[in-house]
Design a protein around this ligand. Structure first.
Ligand SMILES: Cc1cc2nc3c(=O)[nH]c(=O)nc-3n(C[C@H](O)[C@H](O)[C@H](O)COP(=O)(O)OP(=O)(O)OC[C@H]3O[C@@H](n4cnc5c(N)ncnc54)[C@H](O)[C@@H]3O)c2cc1C
Length: 308
């Protein structure tokens, strides 16, 4: 943001709203993303309803302040110098989960784990794959998150999107252009406010056992004891990123405290006090050496935000 005065003015405008959101200034992003790195965002705004979200985004747009919608921060790498703009995150009504029949309506800020838990509690099957994905419903829809053969696109019935003109439209799953780790939202600027999932009736005990089994698989295979953003790269056609990285001899490769996990080479981890710049340098080094070794260009899944 260009000046301290500009930030103060926006904060005043936000606080003057009929339903003022919670606003923090110079909020360190390492507290809000799973790599546990990243400098301050000029503004950090928590919204709790779709009307409030619309007003907040209108004020930011009118003031030409860039806005970044944050879910659980499990697929982003925020630069060490932070973000000159406003990070907007969702809570309250925008994080509610309600079950009715075999449908679950969830706010974009709800965690995928809480949707999977609600499904299990109601004896609804089909969401087990998402229980161990640490993201939010909104971030999950944007990325078409998936694991162990499941993908959100298989269970999404509708998605409510807030467009820049202030209109909220309910889109059908088929209209969302879901693909491998991608959706309409990679092309069109809009904010997910909620989603409806359709599931099938199942046995609660079997569903819970399914979730436990997948959680165990994750613990066995993934370095969950270290901060990371999960798989750093997308799966290349006909190959596995982790295998290509291992074959290139990069297991355990480190730059500062950023490391190619020894447990799962597809994960780049923060062993303690890595800087985002080190993680980014490691990402680029891995891409360069995998290309050299196997001719495959690894495409980054993790999203960069802010200044490095
Ligand atoms: C240990 C670990 C394991 C993981 N395992 C998996 C896995 O098995 N499968 C998988 O697919 N992913 C996995 N991930 C990655 C990550 O959890 C997913 O990509 C998830 O969907 C990201 O959700 P998020 O809420 O954290 O999004 P964020 O990282 O906060 O944001 C990701 C993108 O979505 C946008 N966004 C977020 N919310 C909204 C919204 N409401 N409206 C519009 N845009 C929005 C952001 O602006 C950003 O561009 C893993 C990550 C970790 C750390």
């Amino acid at each position: 943001m260009s000046s301290m005065n500009a930030a103060a003015e926006i904060v005043r405008a936000l606080r003057a709203l009929q339903e003022p959101p919670a606003v923090l200034t110079d909020e360190r992003m390492d507290a809000h993303c799973s790599f546990k790195t990243g400098g301050p965002a000029d503004l950090y705004i928590e919204v709790t309803g779709s009307g409030q979200l619309r007003e907040v985004l209108r004020i930011l747009r009118d003031s030409e302040i860039p806005a970044f919608i944050l879910g659980r921060g499990t697929n982003i790498l925020v630069g060490d110098l932070g973000y000159r703009g406003a990070v907007v995150t969702m809570a309250g009504d925008l994080a509610e989960v309600t079950v009715s029949g075999n449908r679950i309506r969830a706010g974009a800020g709800a965690s995928l784990a809480s949707v999977a838990a609600a499904a299990a509690g109601a004896g609804l099957a089909g969401m087990e794959f998402a229980a161990g994905i640490p993201g939010s419903v909104g971030g999950g829809i944007v990325m078409n998150a998936g694991a162990y053969g499941g993908e959100l696109c298989q269970v999404v019935e509708t998605v409510s999107l807030l467009f820049p003109d202030g209109e909220i439209r309910e889109m059908k799953g088929e209209e969302m252009e879901f693909g491998y780790r991608t959706s309409l939202l990679k092309r069109v600027q809009a904010v997910v406010t909620e989603a409806v999932f359709v599931l099938r009736e199942g046995d609660p005990e079997e569903i819970r056992a399914g979730i436990r089994e997948l959680a165990q698989k994750r613990r066995d295979k993934q370095p969950l004891e270290y901060p990371s953003a999960g798989s750093t790269f997308k799966r290349p056609e006909g190959a596995y990123a982790g295998k290509l990285i291992e074959d290139a001899g990069l297991k355990g490769l480190s730059i500062g405290d950023a490391q190619v996990s020894e447990k799962h080479c597809g994960f780049l981890i923060n062993r303690g006090s890595a800087a985002s710049a080190e993680i980014r340098a490691l990402i680029e080094e891995v891409q360069r050496r995998v290309l050299e070794n196997s001719g495959v260009e690894l495409e980054r899944e993790v999203i960069y935000l802010g200044e490095f």
